[in-house]
Design a protein around this ligand. Sequence first.
Ligand SMILES: Cc1cc2nc3c(=O)[nH]c(=O)nc-3n(C[C@H](O)[C@H](O)[C@H](O)COP(=O)(O)O)c2cc1C
Length: 432
Amino acid sequence: MALAEHIVMRELDVPDIANFDVYRKHGGYETYRTVLKEKAPSDIVQVVRDAGLRGRGGAGFPTGVKWSFLPKDVYPRYLVCNCDESEPGTFKDHQIIDLNPHQLIEGMAISAYAIESHTAYIFARGEFATAVRTLEYAIAQAYAAGILGKNILGTGYHLDMYVHRGAGAYICGEETALLEALEGRIGQPRLKPPFPAVSGLYGKPTIINNVETLANVPLIVERGADWYRSFGTTRSPGTKVFSLSGHVNRPGNYELPFGVPMRELIYSPEYGCGMRDDRPVKIIVPGGASSPWLLAKHLDVTLDYESMTAAGSMLGAGSMIVLNDTVSAPHAAYKMDEFFKHESCGKCTPCREGTHWLVRVLHRMTEEGHARPEDIPTLHSIYNQMAGNCFCLLGESAVTPIKSALSLFPQEFEDLVPQRNGRPMIALDAKR
Ligand SMILES: Cc1cc2nc3c(=O)[nH]c(=O)nc-3n(C[C@H](O)[C@H](O)[C@H](O)COP(=O)(O)O)c2cc1C
């Protein structure tokens, strides 16, 4: 099934589409103009709700529903675009910005109007120097053209937009840690509830949405909910940008309608072009490092929120890492958990200590070659103490790789433990 129409990546083949004049020539900001002149904010919330747009930051929460959680008559309200994008395997948001920043700015401007906000922030991961420069230039162009600022297009509406560069911490993608960092504090998560829609930036109602979510808004508003729902499935409408990486021949970002089988994304000549050297698929991590692993037998599971959940995993931000049979499952778990250990913010004990001990045991088993018989039960014990006990989802995510690896490939862990007469023994040279 080939995609008839791209939504988020629709103009990426237009030369210089990042330039304001080129974007305008292709109809850019026309929807925003119509919205400001002819629509009420509630009309926009309704069409986004009817379209069934779901947040692309990982949880898939319905965007219009989130917008309608804002408490009535509490102002100011803020719109924050989450461009932290640090999950291993995820690399779509900065490409959307690098190549077509005005689509995001227009989506944000329409969304800010919809939620009756006059201040919008884009929180960008610290390392995204190029994307930030591109955005700042595009925002300056929009101000110069009267698209942002005071009395926009003579309508009396005003909107200011700022880019804030983070310092490169994965935890700052978690929405409340992001707000802490935006307010100038250490990026550590806040207790929820209250959710940001009720009490967010500076204690005021705040909507936080992902880059891809907001980049969908202009076309949904221009063409309507029914048009949008003509793509994808009933409960996962529209298209999704999938970041495909790992042992595929052609890694990259591909926009497909929800509901396409994983096999098509990996093997189609239009997308992944199959596995390198034709080796078999061993592990599929379908939604970034925090999603439970799937196997080759799952290749016909379709890429939508419901099917992924039914298969025992999650779609997440659509970041699929495909690993072939040369990969050791314990080592893959070690590398992923090393990331979570490095990124743990240290606020809560189960995550701070749990990730440390997971990595320490996994390092001994996979890198040092000194696995002990008690290591496997210890790993089970550590992740069981973490699961459900961490302050935020970072710690819960760190449980996923080790739990997946132990449950799907138990023998590979057993094989690391030295044996004598078919029974595990403690290696004499085991380092303590
Ligand atoms: C550890 C952690 C990291 C996250 N990183 C990101 C991120 O980089 N970008 C993002 O949009 N959402 C990220 N999220 C999800 C956000 O907390 C939030 O749900 C999202 O920005 C909401 O946008 P959406 O409704 O458009 O999906 C992260 C969540 C967690 C727990």
